[in-house]
Write a protein that binds this ligand. Sequence first.
Ligand code: SAJ
Length: 432
Amino acid sequence: MNFNKICVLGLGYIGLPTASTFATHGLRVVGVDINSQVVATLQNGDIHIHEPGLRTLVQAAVRSRNLVIRGQPEEADAFVIAVPTPFYDDKRADLSYVISAAESIVPHLRQGNLVVLESTSPPRTTIDVVAPILERSGLRPGVDFFLAYSPERVLPGQILQELIENARVIGGIDRASSEAGRDLYALFVRGEIILTDATTAEMVKLMENTYRDVNIAIANEFSRLAARFNVNIWEAISLANRHPRVNILNPGPGVGGHCISVDPWFLVEAAPDLTTLIRAARKVNDTQPRFVVGLIEKAFSLASSPGLTGKRVAALGLSYKPDVDDLRESPAIEVARMLGEAGAQVSAYEPNKTGACVPGVTTVTALEEAISEADLLLLLVPHTLFKALDPHQVAALTPARMVVDTVNGWKAEAWEAAGFCVFRMGDGKLGC
Ligand code: SAJ
């Protein structure tokens, strides 16, 4: 199938890079977002998200005149839906953005078009939710137009490279739809393109992120065991990983982001009777911030200053992982919030989103401000900037002499040599 013009619905972390990449590969692309602020920002040549290389790519796409930004879709050869699928408080998938995006395509759908859903969705969403909406156009999926599911699999921080180089799974509702999807993505994907059916492709995406969640959960559970048995988990993991068939991931303050902490719930929702392990892993990762707060309480107790009330804590990092600006579902925020609720005075500094307004957390715009009146420095996210800090220079800027490192981001010996008492998460040998 040939494509001249496509519409990409949703201009977030996935949609914007995807739309821009299609545009720089010669397609005419209409990038659509329902948020008028996002539309205005992009139309003014700016971008609203932080991702290495994205600004340059978007500017090149706009300059080539192949990418235009609109608030509504229009007629095109293909429609790519890349809107968010958050969850409700009870962890059920909120498909309202997918539904509205599909509905907005209906008036513009024409014979021979291709529609691709990229948004992570519960199994059967393409067939049971998207197809019936598109049928309201009077056209039949698989007969009059092609319909496929193709998961995005890119890692925030490396999106532009992975978008092109990762293998791409395309699941059509029939063979012709899979092949139409392949023809579209082959315009820029250099990784292998593998064709399957729509529901398998949906499952593949959910399985990948659930697999990672379960693996991080076991690392987090190991970190709790290490504290109990007076073992340094970081050393233990590196030794266990010398086994040729073992690859334990890193423990930390929990699992965040809009993917790994959300997607496993879509499987739990779809089959509650079959997902005991998945649910248990979610519980371990969701309760890890509580474990971190316990560690901080322990640190103050060992320093003969028990309790959290009135304690001044400099929380370093609020994003869900290093070197990104994304705060969604961030366990670092959860830790900061819980400390505040327990009476501590938390000053949080996130270098990638200095102006962020985070409910329940006091944020500051400079590292010096966060640490200048602190009793304890709490490393929550191993940003490159934080890992590179010189402990002697930090010591001169803060009265704090205690450090809690939840991510093994700092060399304990170096910080101890600068006069800090270091408490590392997952290190049973606590104290100085
Ligand atoms: N984390 C740990 N320990 C680890 C690795 C990660 O605690 O060893 C934490 C991170 O700090 C973060 C969370 O897990 O809070 C998730 O981070 P991540 O880097 O594992 O994954 P994401 O959410 O940034 O991106 C994932 C990727 N999926 C997989 O690796 C299977 C990416 O390829 C997907 O495209 C993305 O989800 C998505 O959009 O679904």
